[in-house]
Design a protein around this ligand. Structure first.
Ligand SMILES: [Zn+2]
Length: 131
């Protein structure tokens, strides 16, 4: 099921808004209410950089049903230019184009080919940048 939390986080996902702890500087994406590092509760909004590189990746050959039409596809952990890491699908790239260290940028795409539970889910994906 799609959780209320998912809906709450949509604007943040679209704008790539993270929360930077005002006490220790740790950046949380999506933002949290309590800092995982120091327990601080004061945050400033910080927009994440769109560019980063692939830290690690895997190819999904047998996906969950909503993603069936897109197989095979690559899921990567991307480290953004400010050090924040996130997991996302790599768009429009055959698996052999994605390697550790491959430069990518985040783009917004529909995540599933078919509406799931009558909701179209959009979010970020990574796109390989031409070397
Ligand atoms: Zn903190």
């Amino acid at each position: 099921m799609i959780s209320p939390r998912y809906h709450r986080e949509i604007p943040q996902r679209y704008r790539l808004e993270a929360g930077r702890c005002e006490d220790c500087g740790e950046i949380h994406f999506p933002p949290r209410f309590v800092c995982r590092k120091c327990g601080g509760k004061r945050f400033a909004i910080e927009v994440l950089p769109r560019r980063g590189k692939v830290l690690t990746h895997t190819t999904i050959w047998i996906p969950p049903a909503p993603f069936e039409i897109q197989k095979p596809y690559v899921v990567a952990i991307v480290e953004l230019e400010n050090g924040v890491r996130l997991t996302c699908m790599v768009a429009e790239a055959p698996p052999d184009e994605v390697r550790i260290g491959t430069p990518v940028e985040l783009i917004f795409r529909r995540l599933q080919a078919q509406p799931v539970w009558e909701v179209l889910q959009y979010g970020y994906k990574a796109r390989v940048l031409a070397g």
